[in-house]
Unconditional design. Structure first.
Length: 79
């Protein structure tokens, strides 16, 4: 590895470290676009309904309901 390549890599690392330090110093500022939800947001709001456009969604819901119902005790059994 040449000196020039090492100097370039160190320079890149220094720039990236400076960016990380800037982000850590300001936790409410995320780079755009960020895959992370905004601070203080309810992550569940971004998940609910996110799969509803898939054709298999209704079948998944039906099977989940069927399984949950199978886990309930029968009416004549004590819980």
């Amino acid at each position: 590895m040449t000196i020039e390549l090492l100097e370039e890599r160190v320079s890149t690392l220094e720039r990236e470290l400076a960016e990380v330090k800037r982000l850590v110093a300001s936790p409410n500022r995320l780079p755009e676009p960020s895959p992370l939800p905004p601070p203080n947001s309810n992550w569940l709001d971004s998940v609910v309904g996110s799969m509803s456009e898939f054709p298999e969604f209704a079948e998944v819901i039906r099977l989940g309901r069927e399984w949950r119902m199978s886990q309930r005790p029968a009416d004549d059994e004590e819980p």
